[in-house]
Design a protein around this ligand. Structure first.
Ligand code: LLP
Length: 421
């Protein structure tokens, strides 16, 4: 459920008409609903209670500092994958002991930054990384809390580009070698084992692959404990999928996911950490865009928008579907037409949808891409020297620009011409 609904014939974000925001901010823009973000975070909390738990929002899905502050103030932890994300979480006021550091290639500088600023744990992904962290922590005279991300070799049954839990993927350490790696950690200075980490992929629409992976983690917990390791936390990653279409069969709900976690891991007495991104942010955001031209091509009609693949790359990158709806609600039984919905960037790949049924559209009409809160703004680029799209946060009847659109002068001023040229 989200808070983007038609009221009096206008699509609203909570109590604010999106057309009012468009008039104030210009298009395109991303718009997030505070109520939806809060609701989705709370669903996870409720699903895991009464197990001791920390819901760490995967910042990579939506990293605006205002959004992080909103979630952080609710008590959320954060899952970061770079020094930049770590600094964003801190800038939002999230204390280091609620931040977990994931990612396959943490650099020594990033490790130092997090150890200096405070960190809940590093999720280690390889032996070279483990040795590097040991050296960095020991040289600073501190102890780094760690888990090892194990690769359970299960098929997440999702898009190949976002599946991470098969042995051929670059992520984690094969679960079969985990005991060996934990033994080495115990011997290394500067490291302290606190638990186990697993993340098998994103946009999972079934619980079964999670359950398979978590059962393996349960067995590994017992094995490692028998070998004398203190396993007190299990970080289960993110990955629960969202409905991208209204007609789609809905993925499992956080309550089902939470119940499955309790069933498979509840007996171990561990603190449970999860790292959801998309389920919290995805349906909390829309991308609003304006029709520049309706172009009648040969045998097809194009809707040329002022948003493009650089603003929302998911359709061209993963063939992802986003529902596209008019901001002004069409009257019942009004005629529709199949449009190819495209952006103005000079590539055929700059296509959001082909043959999409929409009410008859005209130049300057506004449309909204639904489910664009996750992996939308964060994956945007300035391709074609198009400014990064501004972000707006709505709460009740208030809205605020939480990242403004840069001017062309600012963008161009970042380049410099060497004096020898
Ligand atoms: N934890 C780790 C270690 C991850 O790698 C990810 C996502 C998450 C948590 C959050 O997963 P989520 O709950 O959001 O599924 N750009 C792609 C998605 C990439 C996901 C990468 N890892 C897309 O637009 O679909």
């Amino acid at each position: 459920m989200d808070h983007f609904l038609y009221r009096n014939g206008h699509l609203h974000a909570e109590e604010v008409p999106l057309s009012d925001i468009a008039a104030a901010v210009g298009t395109p823009f991303y718009c997030y609903s505070a109520a939806t973000l809060t609701r989705h975070y709370t669903l996870f909390k409720d699903a895991l209670n009464p197990l001791p738990n920390l819901v760490c929002f995967a910042i990579k899905s939506l990293s605006n500092v205002a959004v992080l502050k909103l979630l952080g103030d609710l008590g959320a932890g954060m899952d970061v994958v770079s020094g930049g994300e770590y600094l964003r979480a801190r800038a939002a006021g999230v204390p280091g002991d609620r931040i977990v550091f994931s990612g396959v290639g943490k650099t020594r500088e990033e490790m130092r930054l997090a150890l200096e600023g405070g960190i809940r744990q590093f999720n280690l992904e390889s032996e070279p990384e483990m040795r590097a962290l040991s050296e960095v922590a020991a040289s600073m005279g501190v102890i780094a809390p760690v888990t090892v991300r194990v690769n359970p070799d299960v098929d997440a049954k999702t898009h190949a580009k976002i599946a991470t839990g098969k042995s051929e993927n670059k992520f984690g350490i094969p679960i079969s070698r985990a005991a060996e790696v934990y033994a080495e950690i115990a011997r290394l200075p500067g490291l302290k084992v606190v638990g186990i980490d697993v993340h098998i992929g994103s946009q999972l629409t079934e619980l079964e692959p999670f359950e398979q992976a978590f059962r393996k983690v349960a067995d590994l917990t017992e094995t490692l404990r028998a070998q004398g390791h203190m396993i007190t936390r299990l970080d289960l990653g993110g990955g629960l999928g969202i409905p991208y279409t209204r007609s789609n069969e809905a993925p499992p709900l956080p309550t089902d996911y939470g119940a499955m976690i309790k069933r498979t891991l509840g007996h171990l007495g561990c603190e449970i950490e999860i790292e959801p991104g998309r389920l919290i942010s995805g349906n909390s955001g829309v991308l609003v865009s304006k029709v520049i031209y309706v172009k009648n091509g040969e045998g097809r009609d194009f809707l040329i928008l002022d948003a493009a693949m650089n603003d929302l790359v998911r359709p061209s990158m993963y063939d992802a579907h986003h529902d596209i709806v008019p901001v002004i609600e069409p009257p019942p039984a009004s005629p529709s037409r199949a449009y190819d919905v495209v952006g103005p960037v000079c590539e055929t790949g700059d296509t959001f949808a082909k043959g999409r049924d929409l009410p008859l559209m005209a130049d300057d009409d506004l449309v909204a891409f639904r489910s664009a809160g996750a992996y939308g703004a964060v994956m945007a680029s300035e391709y074609n020297t198009r400014p990064l799209v501004p972000e707006v946060l709505v709460k009740g009847d208030q809205f605020a620009v939480i990242r403004r659109r840069p001017s062309f002068d600012e963008m161009i001023a970042r380049d410099s011409i060497p004096e020898w040229l």
